[in-house]
Write a protein that binds this ligand. Sequence first.
Ligand SMILES: O=C(O)CCC(=O)C(=O)O
Length: 293
Amino acid sequence: MIPRFDARAFSGITAAMRDAFDRDGVLVLDGLIRPEECDRLKARMMELVDCFDPAAHRSVFSSTSRQHDQDAYFLESGHETRFFFEEEAFDADDKLTAPKHLALNKVGHAMHDTDPVFSAFARQDAFRLAATGLGHQDPLLLQSMYIFKQPRIGGEVVCHQDGTYLRTEPESCLGFWVAVEDATVENGCLWGIPGGHKTGGLRSAFYRAETGVHTWHETLDDTPFDEDLKAPLEAPKGTVLVFGGLFPHLSSANRSDRSRHAYTLHTIDRSAHYPADNWLRRPDHLPLKGFDI
Ligand SMILES: O=C(O)CCC(=O)C(=O)O
């Protein structure tokens, strides 16, 4: 049973939280974000979507087909706010089957630097305290996403470790997954393998060539993920799940009538080396920043 912590009055990582994180690979912080903060973030995202022209970019994010792996609009989004559709958002004639607000899979990957509302949300003390309390000496904000998990067409995310896509040497990635809306088994909550961060190492690494859109995976450890052990991480609005780069996690397709909006923030430690062949790159004039700007 993965413990849940009441984090409504969070003032830092406790010994019990640290023990749970080390043992299970994931920390469940209920109420860390107030409901009105979730609503504000969602409202700001809806404004950003209002301004997005769906005719301009038809980029799809799919963890099964992985067509985004060869897509310049995706690969060059590390310092941008860009919009990616659900795979099932288009019909056989390539027309959207739902209004854009109900057709997008996610928005990424740098709203924490490009948008004032998202920057303030990402840089709140709760995340800083959690990152430093879990061992980061000097956290850098690497990636953020707003994930819609749309009603009926929200795509599945296959079991993976975030360290595959956000590589540092040594591994230092920390993920904060925020339930902007209630996440249940029915609408596609996150699942994880408790203790799975200690069973085998990083399974694969994802690389991007120096130029162009060529990417590839390399197997580092062929130990299979033991998905029989996976547990649902149901998360009421405002709950934050915190996990490291080795924690295996996934989510099922959302076939329900309810969306499951989530926000994710990934930090790395400045002292760790961030190899230049990671897919997510920043131009020299937009370096990664920390919690203070
Ligand atoms: O929110 C989800 O359904 C999955 C998110 C996730 O695992 C990821 O983006 O790494």
